[in-house]
Design a protein around this ligand. Structure first.
Ligand SMILES: [Zn+2]
Length: 306
């Protein structure tokens, strides 16, 4: 059933069983697979335990939560679905403090839910393949003094300032965007990112920062010279990725206020996930996240350390 608002979603999933049914359908629509040993031979429902299955091969019980981001949590699946809805449909994301209030859970629980959902978004990004066609690449900075940002970026030799986290990103002309943390705006960092994500032989658009020089051997490289105010030269322009940066910064400054450096890539995956699925209905975007949660079991310790 289609739904495109939180109210409609809550009507489609009025109770825990409807959420179990939905997740089972997403995960095992083509046939149930033992979550313990992978067998598909003979699996039957435990009559005494709703939602629990037993595998005739390994003799173990499992539920839809087994081996997923929902495992080892007593949080009702309906709460998970509501959290996933809010995360995928709030364009700037939702903070753990805000989610805790919406769900009536502790901030620690809300943080854990969001961290696991972010992991699912990261898996979705990894599975989505390289960018397609002509690609614009750029870097930006999060944190630091906003009023100095433009000058820092355009004028200093090294770009960026102390206290800022560098992010390198790319957006293809079809609109798909991705980003990851970088250590410096060096040729090494930028070149590695572009080689990994831009399709070989495609046209690459950047500004005239020296970190982007020397890529012409692998792709057709066109440069828009921002430093002299030339934003468009022929087709070369880096304005497309700017709209993705604008969304990321609205989330960073307006919702989260801070991203932990070692978890920055996961936040970037969350923003890319939403961005790349903007054209979908709310319910389709929710399902796209839920399906990537099935192979993302992550313990609290794993989240805190990793
Ligand atoms: Zn089994």
């Amino acid at each position: 059933m289609k739904y495109n608002s939180l109210v409609q979603m809550l009507a489609v999933f009025p109770d825990e069983q409807s959420c179990i049914d939905h997740l089972e359908n997403l995960r095992w629509g083509a046939g149930i697979v033992c979550a313990c040993c992978g067998s598909t031979r003979k699996i039957y429902k435990r009559k005494s335990k709703p939602g629990v299955y037993r595998c005739a091969d390994c003799k173990k019980d499992f539920s839809i939560r087994k081996g997923t981001i929902y495992e080892e949590s007593r949080i009702p699946l309906r709460q998970w679905l509501i959290a996933a809805w809010l995360m995928t449909n709030h364009r700037k994301g939702i903070s753990s403090h805000h989610l805790a209030r919406e769900l009536g859970v502790t901030q620690k629980t809300a943080w854990f839910i969001l961290a696991r959902l972010r992991k699912a978004a990261e898996q979705a990004g990894e599975g989505s393949g390289p960018l397609d066609g002509p690609t614009e690449a750029d870097e930006t900075y999060l944190g630091g003094k906003e009023e100095n940002k433009r000058a820092n970026k355009r004028l200093s030799a090294g770009r960026g300032a102390v206290g800022e986290d560098m992010v390198v990103g790319a957006r293809s002309r079809s609109g798909k965007a991705l980003a990851q943390r970088g250590v410096s705006a060096s040729k090494k960092t930028l070149g590695k990112f572009i080689r990994r994500h831009a399709p070989e032989g495609s046209t690459l658009y950047t500004d005239d920062h020296k970190g982007y020089t020397g890529l012409g051997a692998e792709c057709r490289h066109e440069v828009a010279v921002h430093s002299v105010g030339e934003y468009v030269r022929g087709k070369a322009r880096a304005n497309g990725i700017e709209s993705f940066w604008a969304m990321l910064k609205r989330g960073y400054y307006g919702v989260f206020h801070h991203f932990t450096w070692k978890r920055l890539d996961r936040y970037l995956a969350e923003f890319s996930f939403r961005w790349n699925l903007l054209g979908l209905e709310g319910g389709e975007r929710l399902d796209a996240l839920l399906v990537h949660g099935f192979n993302s079991r992550l313990t609290y310790r794993g989240l805190v350390d990793g």
